[in-house]
Design a protein around this ligand. Structure first.
Ligand SMILES: NC(=O)c1ccc[n+]([C@@H]2O[C@H](COP(=O)([O-])OP(=O)(O)OC[C@H]3O[C@@H](n4cnc5c(N)ncnc54)[C@H](OP(=O)(O)O)[C@@H]3O)[C@@H](O)[C@H]2O)c1
Length: 335
């Protein structure tokens, strides 16, 4: 299976490491033989039609900070449009306003007949219903299990384990950064100090607004609810409020209550907002964990908890999607 990798950051780097580590097992267990023929960062593309030396590419990126000047660098080439491959793996940054650069990558993959595996929430947040329809129409797979929950298989759980049942509502804590901050505020730390801590620990980015203002949660809610409830929504359909003005008081805690940033999809619509919640509710999870409750019409509420992010964890989700793609492509021929 020939792969074009777009993005060589935290997740892209971990993905290459995992391919190195798991390569033999992937072939033995699934007949999957992933060959990364091209990799790109924001400035450069490296290419080898027989497959790049993954360890070498990783080392080069880590020591130089860029792929520029690598012996396999090719200039003036659009990797998705100009190269032949079965799959594009997109791990470029998530932009919730424009969906770029991921949206252009997905459109180019569609136009050139390539499957896509992505952890990038941007394109799905702004255009998920149309993208799903276009990929289906072309008989191509668009797989995105790493977009929600990092390595925790929220999407796969609801898609596979609850298949055949109607999902009537979703409620989730899907942003680890805000969950960490709210947990620390429970300990009496101020919002700004908790945010600083989250940045020091690498949970929050230098510009934390996508997390603390609720947009990251809203993007994940769009993906979850389209996938599990077939709602056909985009980010424009979500009412969003973040946690900047949240107060967690002693009095609230003594009543057994706290505050969490909850993303909800139900008969009243889609919303992200801080909510007062019972401290024993399964959605009240510690640290930077995530938790999502799916309510199914017959079997009731199911809650899954796990790490919401992490380079290696998200790379594992990409690998799961590649295995699924291999199953979909079928045949006994190693690919
Ligand atoms: N990190 C996580 O735990 C996690 C979890 C779930 C989902 N995600 C999603 O996964 C994606 C990647 O996350 P990350 O943490 O790896 O981000 P990151 O460390 O910022 O890496 C992004 C990479 O994309 C490259 N890039 C930017 N524009 C590009 C373009 N037009 N073409 C090709 N490459 C381009 C960057 O290049 P430079 O190296 O030159 O800057 C960088 O290598 C994001 O969409 C994120 O929301 C991340």
């Amino acid at each position: 299976m020939r792969i074009i990798l777009l993005g060589m950051g935290v997740v892209g780097g971990s993905f290459l490491e995992l391919l190195e580590l798991e390569g033999a097992d992937l072939y033995r267990k699934y007949g999957l033989h992933p060959v990364v023929i091209a990799a790109a960062d924001s400035r450069s593309v490296v290419y080898n039609p027989r497959g790049l030396d993954l360890r070498n590419i990783l080392m080069y990126k880590r020591t130089h900070g860029s792929l520029q000047g690598h012996p396999n660098e090719v200039e003036g080439l659009d990797p998705v449009r100009d190269l032949d491959a079965e799959v594009v793996v997109d791990v470029t940054p998530s932009d919730f306003r424009t969906g770029e650069p991921g949206l252009s990558h997905l459109r180019a993959a569609l136009q050139t007949g390539k499957h896509v595996v992505t952890a990038n929430k941007g394109p799905l947040a702004v255009e998920m219903p149309a993208l799903i329809e276009m990929f289906q129409h072309k008989g191509l797979k668009l797989l995105f299990s790493g977009t929600v929950g990092g390595g925790t298989p929220f999407l796969r759980f609801v898609g596979k384990c609850l298949s055949g049942e109607r999902i009537t509502s979703i409620r989730g804590v899907v942003n680890g950064t805000t969950n960490y901050i709210l947990n620390r505020m429970e300990d009496g730390v101020s919002f700004s100090d908790a945010l600083k801590e989250a940045q020091e620990k690498g949970y929050a980015e230098a510009d934390p607004s996508n997390d603390v203002d609720g947009w990251d949660s809203a993007a994940k809610l769009v993906i979850l609810s389209n996938w599990a409830m077939d709602l056909g929504v985009t980010l424009r359909d979500v009412s969003v409020r973040g946690i900047r003005d949240v107060r967690i008081t002693e009095e609230m805690l003594s009543r057994g209550r706290t505050v969490r940033l909850i993303a909800t999809a139900d008969e009243s619509g889609l919303r992200v907002r801080p909510e007062e919640i019972d401290r024993k509710d399964p959605l009240v999870v510690p640290g930077a964990l995530n938790a999502v409750s799916f309510t199914a019409e017959i079997s009731g509420r199911h809650t899954l908890t796990g790490k919401g992010a992490g380079g290696r964890e998200t790379a594992a989700a990409l690998l799961r999607d590649l295995v699924e793609l291999k199953m979909h492509m079928g045949g006994s021929e190693p690919c």
